[in-house]
Ligand binder design. Sequence first.
Ligand code: NAD
Length: 485
Amino acid sequence: MVSRIIPVDPFDLVVFGGTGDLARRKIFPSLYRRFLDGQMPQESRVIGAARSSMTEEEFRVFARDAVLEFVNGAKNNTEALDRFIAHLSYVPIDATGEEGWKELAARIRPGVVHAFYFSVAPSLFGALAERLHNYGIADRDSRIVVEKPFGHDLSTARALNAVLARHFDESQIYRIDHYLGKETVQNLMAVRFANILFEPLWNAQYVDHVQITVAETVGVAGRAGYYDDAGAMRDMVQNHMMQLLCLIAMEPPYHFDPDAVRDEKLKVIRALDPVGSDDMVRGQYTSGGGMASYLQDIQAPSSRTETFIALRCRISNWRWKGTPFYLRTGKRLRARTSEIAVVFKEPPHSLFDEAEGWRANTLVIRLQPNEGITLEVMIKEPGPGGMRLVQVPLDMSFAEALGEEGTDMPDAYERLIMDVIRGNQTLFMRGDEVEAAWAWADPVLAAVEGRGDRPNLYDPGSTGPEEALMLMHRDGRRWREMRTG
Ligand code: NAD
């Protein structure tokens, strides 16, 4: 019962940074899986372009190894892998130099979709955009794909938008937030807008609060430099968690159309209240259980960067006035889990004496692990023990509803890359959305900077600092348990 694969139009996809980590872990494995499913047309070509002085053969070995490492079962079908690899070629190019560009221009074929994936540091976006234009490689129908981080603050995000806008129209720019490519995130829109059940209750009158948790068990090892400059607020909240909040809070768009959806998300961001110091808790992991502290991991004893943040956000519009949205994210936490929980209010009157067993109806959207949606409802505990209530999950997990195939869901990157080729921007962030999210985040970051305080410490394997629990307790609420699955 998994939907039919509709092949996209033939394409030339140039992956700048094609020898990098993202290309290895995500882009080539994703393309291979789309190829295996027959979605990537035979006439399509993928051209790696990077500063590495690799030969074409070495590049193909690199991409082949990437697929073998990151696609389950790829080693059992080397014939298909060889056919896929035959679509790949390589051009050594320095984004800031002039060599290689004419050769790249010669490889781009007319009459197919042209997409250019900027899988390089954002500081190179301008140089790439300019050369794609100067060498006549990109035309008005070409698409460019850019990765996070999209800016460090509002002014750098604006500068990046301006650099891209010099040579590309907004309709050609695909800013990736891979959270939007997750099956469950899209399913959230289906649940909200393809059913009559939820939308009448989807407001401050019936929703007590919303919790969004993105918890990781890993520390920052390997990305220390980047992370210490960013922290949890920039790395997770301003982009991924903001997008999730928007999808929960937005008004129904008039159509499932890229700009209609993004217009509604933008309105949510603009309606967010400023975050006060009482609305935020920052944390940093200490050492414990044989694991190093954050300060040891980054070898900077005085860093004040947060590896955990909890926020209480308020949306000032008719639908949500009075319903807080609590966000928390962090590293080295108890479990690797991402979920959104929409916690409904109590029924207005209780018929049953059993107040103790009562728990609020909650719609839980799990992004990982075990993507799926659950509605927690109260029922009578089965058996002759009287009218005792118990909460059970109504499970809308895909595995059950869709059979075995439902569990083999495509990676977000597979969907997003195919959407680029299709020319569908719905799941990509528009420039004004990114700027609005920074305009909200900037004062929060500036206030932290101004106060100069240190984050609260928390133990590895915990749920974050005590103060984050208090953020909820003060409101008479509590965080959901942080557990895997
Ligand atoms: P990386 O350092 O592993 O690879 C960088 C790539 O860029 C290499 O192929 C390198 O040859 C190429 N490159 C560097 N300078 C160049 C130049 N002057 N001209 C041409 N090519 C040049 O980086 P990465 O982890 O693959 O990340 C790429 C982009 O994706 C970055 O913007 C990063 O923030 C973003 N990103 C990465 C991940 C990830 O999991 N790796 C996740 C999200 C976003």
